[in-house]
Design a binder for this molecule. Structure first.
Ligand SMILES: Cc1cc2nc3c(=O)[nH]c(=O)nc-3n(C[C@H](O)[C@H](O)[C@H](O)COP(=O)(O)OP(=O)(O)OC[C@H]3O[C@@H](n4cnc5c(N)ncnc54)[C@H](O)[C@@H]3O)c2cc1C
Length: 625
């Protein structure tokens, strides 16, 4: 017998109310489907709300040279050609339309000051031209506010503070989802013809991270347990600039917008060390001396000159995140770090206090309130922090459908768009581009199918599993969570090697055993310890998939850095690592990664968007690192 559960029926069920979930739900509802949105937190509080620097789209409002081809090419180079090219192409082509749509729905982007009042765009790492539409450093808040306003007027049902614990199947196809309301603990069943998972990232697996509490990798594990394949799980982004001090806020993000607005990175000798870390793929594109970088800064950032007419190249602080994070790590390891174990990020000596407060208001308040540091007067201390998961549910690039019929994925929990490293700003655009496609295709599928059947005995089994912590006499969930975060940080963090990954997998096995005995006190009524106990199942699945995929990829590429295989490898350049459930075991396979069609590649090279020798480096056919 299952407990007394509430029950709902929908054409399309969207799990997650971040940018991807909201955009999907709007589209599914617009297609005439009865649609619901379920989220762990309150509507409007999803992790997307934390996004700061902007949304990338080749609007070309500030630099007329920008184009979808350049955005596409930057995304592939940033992702070291580990991307699914079709997703990167769709994204680059459709992002401008999605940004203009947001504006039409009420998003108030910052405007250009040239009298034309266009959407203003700013510089971000790895983007050739200014490309990030923004609302100060609170872009995520505006995105969520806009989509939420649009969504609530589109007839979508919203079930807040509700955690989905399992996806249900009818034969091979998706049939629904089962979970509980966090406040009351009451179980709930959602029957649905199609489901979109848009549950965000996995940052909470690591002890130093920039993510919100919701980012426990639920969607990855739910889809995996339902039989869907995961891909690219080894590709985790460690953002170079997280707060390192005070300890209570370690990992909290400092937007790349600080560097976009002129901030520079220095070691404890006062040196701007990024000039020593320009990899071959970026040589010729970035300034090689401080004088050149400062001249660019003065002309482009301070005076607002058009970059077209500026001969100097931009500073190396604006290279992609994987490159900058590794440079920081090396400086810290070499003993040239800051007082609290980071490096210095200095905007105080570059911009006026008035400019800093206007352009980076959240950063100013974050440091003032949390660390009593005035960033208009002194440098910030920063260090790498786990930030973003490039891997996720493997999807059809055009429909976003997973390998399970009727199950779709969008946003950070889906794989393919970003390859081995995401460029800043490309997530928010990913959410709206692929959110729309997922909504459209989930609705089309729902219209063609009947309501699936769900076996009540499955629900009884799930309830037993969920209630098990109340029967157990073991330790509490928080102790297991802390040890999991330490194991991941130590064994599968920014730098990996075979022995560390083996150690991590061994630690995860031991944690799995401990989880079987995890105990929760009291009952299901608002009980955070019990919630964490249930989240841990997902986190352990994701941790294992990540460590196994990282062990399989014997090369360094983007966010995946191996100290025992330090360069790109020809053998892995055209492969993606896929993880799937086989019986009770986790199976790892290498699949061919679809390659950019030769005609498109030739067009990009001919148009000057891509250099042939860079392509060779990224494919391991020429020296790289
Ligand atoms: C500090 C910070 C700044 C950033 N700045 C930028 C930026 O400027 N530009 C950019 O492009 N990217 C940025 N990013 C990245 C970007 O914000 C995220 O990748 C993106 O918001 C993820 O959106 P999403 O819709 O996929 O998921 P999320 O916004 O994470 O939403 C996930 C949703 O799923 C729900 N959920 C999760 N599990 C369950 C479950 N089991 N049951 C029910 N609901 C569930 C959650 O409650 C939530 O509603 C930033 C990230 C951080 C941390």
């Amino acid at each position: 017998m299952s407990e007394n559960y509430q029950s709902f029926e929908y054409d399309v069920l969207v799990i997650g109310a971040g940018g991807a979930g909201l955009r999907s739900a709007i589209e599914a509802s617009a297609a005439g489907c009865k649609t619901a949105l379920v989220c762990k937190s309150l509507l409007g509080k999803a992790h997307t709300v934390m996004a700061e620097g902007g949304i990338a789209a080749s609007l070309a409002t500030v630099d007329s040279r920008d184009s979808w081809q350049q955005h596409f090419s930057d995304t592939l180079i940033g992702g070291n050609f580990g991307n699914h090219w079709k997703m990167a192409e769709l994204h680059a082509k459709q992002a401008p339309e999605r940004v203009r749509e947001l504006e039409k729905w009420g998003a108030v982007f910052d405007r250009t000051t040239d009298g034309k009042g266009n959407i203003n765009v700013r510089h971000f790492g790895g983007h050739t031209y200014k490309r990030l539409a923004h609302v100060g450093d609170r872009t995520g808040l505006e995105l969520i506010r806009t989509l939420q306003d649009k969504g609530v007027h589109s007839g979508i049902d919203v079930h807040m503070e509700c955690t989905i614990y399992a996806l249900l199947k009818d034969g091979d196809r998706i049939a629904g989802a089962y979970g509980y309301f966090r406040e009351t603990g009451r179980p709930v069943l959602f029957k649905a013809k199609s489901i979109i998972v848009s549950t965000g990232g996995i940052g909470k697996l690591f002890s130093v991270n920039s993510n919100s509490w919701e980012c426990t990798g639920d969607g990855f594990a739910l889809a995996y347990l339902a039989g869907a394949e995961l891909a690219d799980m080894e590709y985790v982004q460690f953002h170079p600039t997280g707060m390192v001090w005070p300890h209570s806020v370690r990992g909290l993000l400092i937007t790349e917008g600080v560097r976009g607005e002129g901030g520079v990175l220095k070691n404890n000798k006062g040196e701007r060390f990024m000039f020593n870390y320009i990899p071959p793929k970026y040589q010729g594109k970035y300034a090689e001396t401080e004088e050149e970088a400062n001249a660019w800064f003065q002309k482009v950032v301070v005076e607002g000159q058009k970059e077209e007419g500026v001969k100097e190249r931009k500073p190396p602080e604006l290279m992609s995140r994987d490159v900058v994070a590794r440079a920081l790590w090396n400086e810290i390891k070499a003993g040239r770090g800051s007082e609290h174990g980071g490096v210095y990020l200095d905007i105080a000596s570059r911009r006026s206090a008035e400019d800093i407060k206007k352009k980076l208001p959240s950063m100013y308040h974050q440091f003032k309130q949390l660390a009593d540091v005035d960033i208009t007067k002194v440098p910030m201390e920063v260090g790498p922090t786990c930030h973003y998961m490039m891997g996720g549910v493997k999807v059809n690039p055009e429909t976003q459908e997973s390998t399970v019929r009727g199950l779709f994925a969008a946003g950070e929990c889906s794989a393919g768009m970003h390859g081995s490293n995401r460029l800043g700003g490309n997530s928010l655009s990913d959410l709206v581009v692929f959110g729309k496609l997922a909504g459209e295709n989930a609705a089309a599928y729902a219209k063609l199918t009947s309501m699936p059947k769900i076996d009540d005995s499955v629900l009884a089994g799930l309830n037993k599993e969920m209630n098990q912590p109340f029967e157990n006499k073991g330790e509490v969930s928080y102790a297991i969570l802390a040890d999991l975060q330490t194991a991941m940080e130590k064994g599968a963090g920014m730098y990996r090697e075979e022995s560390l990954l083996d150690g991590c997998l061994k630690d995860l096995e031991a944690l799995k055993e401990r989880l079987k005995k995890v105990a929760a006190e009291g009952n299901r009524l608002f009980n955070p310890g019990w919630h964490v106990a249930l989240d841990l199942r997902n986190m352990l699945i994701v941790g294992e998939a990540l460590a196994r995929a990282a062990k399989e990829r014997k090369e360094s590429r983007g966010g995946h850095t191996r100290t025992d295989y330090t360069t790109y490898s020809k053998d892995f350049a055209k492969k993606r690592i896929v993880v799937r459930k086989k019986g009770e075991a986790m199976e790892i396979v290498q699949e061919d990664l679809p390659q950019v069609p030769a005609e498109l590649e030739a067009e990009l090279i001919k148009g000057g968007f891509l250099k042939a020798e860079i392509l060779k480096q990224l494919r391991g056919e020429a020296p790289a690192h």
